[in-house]
Design a protein around this ligand. Structure first.
Ligand SMILES: O=C(O)CCC(=O)C(=O)O
Length: 265
């Protein structure tokens, strides 16, 4: 395996800012392969959660078509979800011995006037984990810009810890409002994560982030993978990864949460 070129300064940047952006992580051929696999999931009308007929609100569907755990039924997606280079970056920036998969999800933002922004939110409140520190890798499968819904991050906002969950698709809902209500004044100077297809951003589960609506005429495709550092334990809530045998207070384990990168020393 060719190890990703990330140095101590990148790890430091992630720890301080809560994110890292790496351009051209995947080659054009890899992106084309992943893009074709995501197009297939859409053509198949894959359910949001496999085997579940639960539906989302129209407003949520205007934020994105979210399909969870595609690795289980699409071998090409599995190849990218399990990509050891991605997982190794995650392991290094989170300074831990190993990282496990929580789940992957396609996030396909529909185009046009009805497309909605992804509200300013944190991810950690949705995850059944006792500690914070889990993080995501977000692979741009199309070139992303403000026009088609690239992500924006508030550097350093992960240090505010885990706040209340924000309902996606609900007009006006925002973690920025939540933090303002606590009386905290913070700098809101978003870092705009525009990049070409094949670029990847890594973001901490407590980082404040959002994405603009997609005002172009083509869907904005992304695959995001969520990772669990070894020091995190399960808190007993519903596990979107699909495990049925986790024990509250114990580390994540089992075939739904495989180890994707491990310290070799
Ligand atoms: O793709 C988007 O619009 C937002 C993605 C996101 O919030 C995430 O991956 O945590």
């Amino acid at each position: 395996m060719i190890l990703p070129q990330i140095g101590e300064e990148d790890v430091h940047f992630f720890q301080e800012n809560g994110y890292l952006q790496i351009h051209h992580f995947f080659s054009p051929d890899e992106v084309a392969e992943l893009g074709a696999a995501l197009d297939q999931t859409v053509a198949d009308k894959r359910s949001r959660i496999r085997g579940s007929d639960s539906t989302v609100s129209d407003d949520y569907a205007r934020v994105f078509n979210q399909m969870v755990n595609l690795w289980e039924d699409y071998p090409v997606v599995r190849k990218y979800t399990f990509d050891p280079r991605l997982a190794e970056v995650v392991r290094r920036v989170s300074r831990c011995r190993h990282v496990r998969l929580y789940h992957d999800h396609a996030l396909i933002k529909p185009p046009g006037q009805h497309s909605k922004e992804t509200n300013w939110h944190q991810d950690a409140p949705y995850w059944p984990m006792q500690q914070v520190g889990a993080l995501s890798a977000w692979i741009a499968v199309d070139d992303v810009t403000v026009e088609n819904g690239c992500m924006q991050f508030i550097p350093g906002s992960h240090t505010y810890g885990r706040l209340a969950p924000v309902p996606l698709g609900t007009e006006g809902a925002s973690v920025l409002k939540t933090i303002a209500e606590t009386g905290v004044t913070m700098e809101i100077e978003p870092a705009v994560m525009a990049m070409e297809a094949g670029g990847v951003t890594f973001h901490h589960g407590c980082l404040f982030h959002h994405a603009t609506p997609n005002r172009t005429d083509r869907p904005r495709r992304a695959l995001a993978i969520i990772y669990i550092p070894d020091y995190i334990t399960y808190d007993g809530r519903w596990d979107a990864g699909g495990a049925k045998d986790l024990e509250a207070g114990k580390p994540f384990t089992g075939p739904q949460h495989p180890i994707l990168a491990e310290d070799s020393v």
